[in-house]
Design a protein around this ligand. Structure first.
Ligand code: ATP
Ligand code: MG
Length: 434
């Protein structure tokens, strides 16, 4: 049995004079004496329920007026055009039920009239998500995923899941969360990289995975969390340039889908979403260094990773999404393929939003011996990668792919200040609850 007949956002001229049943939260009560307005909120908007003492009778009027804010209510009533009501319609109730009363006081104000510290909001996240602008971001995130999935399916890509409990690091290093796994040492995986590559050797040809990645880095920034959702693809028989095209189409397609399908949410966020134009600019790492030196006087050595300041400067100068390509082999992971004629440069790329990195990808090394050399060259022990290296011994197609951070895509799309606004229950250095 579905309790409601409509969402508040569905109410329009066609329903004028008809009976509807709405369910949601008691967003606000404005009491003017003989008349009161109960604003009901559901995920598609607000509806004004007009309580008139003369129409409802004394008892019902009294009990309706005393409904505590954020209680869960069901309202049966008739739709009536009313110019002064939000969206032009009010509900004249014939029945009001409190399905579950909210306690007072509330941990925070879901009407968004009172500003609130991020920590307070995250502590009472269930209540925070009731705020329309907070909820809007998550509804849009779901639309982004829907758009990406349908794009991949349309390209003939197979959706896969790889393990999150693993025995070895993807890239070596210390950024792993150890877990206890019976009598063995295990870790939470920092990336599906090695597994999606093994699936190329398995003949799966084109795979994508949307799942969590875990990074034990102690960063405290607005764009890093210790658990994040990554959108990963790996394609056989393509090169880095091909998967860059897939990436820009996927990103622009997500913007287009949100612009067309999330009008209410964009309105709540006050956003006029501009779909980025294709193709994105491509600039090489060397060009980026020159630009930074020439225009901002930032002097960097070839081989340095781009610092946040340089990234910010490039973002401001370019002003739209762009690809950074042709990175020094020394600062990209061992699985990134160097150019044959200039091995100090590799076929790795980053997709940048003016505010931050969104994705990293590359043409991969697919030759066994070269991969072993690259692993050794990074000071890692190939023995630790046997399970992975075995997949390169018996026929590995040339392949390329990328990993895109879901929350960074959403946060830049919606101009959110902090990645925590794009994650339901963020995990950072200080937060493990709720
Ligand atoms: P950064 O340099 O910004 O720390 P990265 O280069 O370490 O990122 P990759 O390993 O390239 O990250 O991961 C691919 C994508 O996954 C990133 O471009 C980013 O969008 C996302 N991502 C990686 N680490 C995090 C994190 N700690 N929090 C949120 N998103 C992340
Ligand atoms: Mg990266």
């Amino acid at each position: 049995m579905i309790l409601r007949t409509h969402y508040s956002g569905d109410i329009d001229a066609e329903l004028d004079g008809k009976e509807v049943i709405l369910t949601g939260f008691a967003h606000e009560m404005r009491d003017l004496g003989g008349i009161a307005f109960l604003v009901l909120r559901d995920r598609k908007g607000l509806a004004q329920v007009t309580l008139v003492k003369k129409l409802l009778g004394k008892e019902m009027f009294k009990s309706a007026r005393s409904i505590s804010r954020e209680s869960v209510v069901m309202v049966r009533g008739n739709v009536k055009a009313e110019a002064k009501a939000p969206r032009g319609y009010e509900i004249l109730p014939t029945e009001i039920q409190v399905l579950n009363a909210a306690q007072v006081p509330l941990p925070l104000d879901p009407t968004e009239k009172v500003e609130c510290e991020l920590d307070t909001r995250l502590d009472a996240r269930f209540m925070d998500i009731r705020r329309p602008s907070v909820l809007a971001a998550f509804e849009i995130e779901s639309a982004v995923l829907q758009s990406l999935r349908s794009y991949f399916y349309q390209k003939g890509v197979t959706e896969v899941f790889t393990p999150k409990i693993v025995a070895a690091a993807t890239e070596g290093g210390t950024d792993l969360f150890p877990i206890s796994y019976f009598e063995k040492e295990a870790f939470l995986n920092q990336s599906p990289q090695l597994y999606k590559q093994m699936l190329m050797s398995a003949g799966m040809d084109r795979v994508f995975e949307i799942g969590p990645i875990f990074r034990a880095e102690e960063h405290d920034t607005r764009r890093h969390l210790n658990e994040a959702i990554s959108i990963d693809i790996e394609f056989s028989f393509v090169d880095d340039k091909d998967v860059m095209e897939i990436l820009e189409e996927a990103v622009a397609g997500a913007y287009r889908y949100v612009a067309e399908n999330c009008r209410y949410q964009l309105e709540v966020l006050g956003l006029d979403l501009q779909v980025p134009k294709l193709p994105f600019k491509r600039i090489t790492y060397s060009e980026a260094l020159e630009l930074a030196a020439e225009k901002a006087g930032v002097k960097m050595q070839w081989g340095d990773d781009l610092d946040t300041e340089t990234e910010r400067f490039l973002g401001e100068t370019i002003g739209e999404h762009y690809f950074l390509t042709d990175w020094p082999s020394s600062i990209k992971p061992y699985y990134t393929l160097p150019y044959e004629d200039r091995p100090e440069v590799c076929r790795g790329f980053d997709l940048m939003h003016p505010r931050m990195e969104l994705a990293s990808g590359a043409q991969r090394v697919h030759d066994y011996s070269q991969l072993v050399e690259r692993i050794k060259g990074k000071g890692l022990d190939p023995d630790g990668f046997e399970f992975y290296l075995n997949a390169f011994r018996y026929g590995m197609p040339p392949h390329a792919g990328w990993g895109l951070g879901l929350s960074r895509l959403v946060m830049t799309m919606l101009k959110l200040e902090n990645i925590r606004d794009a994650v339901l229950f963020p995990r950072d250095r200080r937060r493990l609850v709720p």
